[in-house]
Design a protein around this ligand. Sequence first.
Ligand code: GAR
Length: 203
Amino acid sequence: MVRSSRFLMKRIAFLVSGNGTNMENLVREIQAGRVPGQAAVVISDNPRAGALERAKKLGVTTAVVERKDYETKQDFETGIEEALSQYEADLVCLAGFMRILSPGFVERHFGRIVNIHPAYLPEFPGAHAIKDAFEAKVKQTGVTVHFVDAGVDSGPIILQERVAVRPEDTLETLEARIHEKEYRLYPEAVKLVLSGKARLEKM
Ligand code: GAR
């Protein structure tokens, strides 16, 4: 990433792998002027991600960086970094990006990568958090937005809120309520980061 904090209107890059509803919601908040940034690019590691179509409809530039086109994970991440530089990203929002970034990548972009996770971390990390919480029959789960560190769904928490699991819930109804919470929480958390109210100090 090449730009620095002296730029008022921060450029936001999204890393996605799938459906892209969180990205779409955040881009809509940005385009409506409720989140003070610019949607710079949507980068997907999956050329078939629904997120790419959503981004195009929203008029946001897209890029595909596929793992299979690179020999090593390090080279793949260099490909992502090249796209981030090309589109002058100040902040990276992971939005359903289903790969673990290496410690080196995280270190190089320290404090400038955030992630949304559909559980109340540290409860239920991983790729199937809603299902895991549902099957564990917990009475409440939640949503977390956090700075990314080298762990899996770990890193300093920016915002998190509880979501009740109701006795009548199916996995689908619980999923829907968690996504509604995500669509409210992610823009709020990004606003805190963009305004400097949430920031990660180097240890
Ligand atoms: C979201 O629920 C997000 O929290 C989750 O993937 C979903 C992506 O949906 N992320 C993780 O589980 C990260 N461990 P979307 O593509 O429709 O935004």
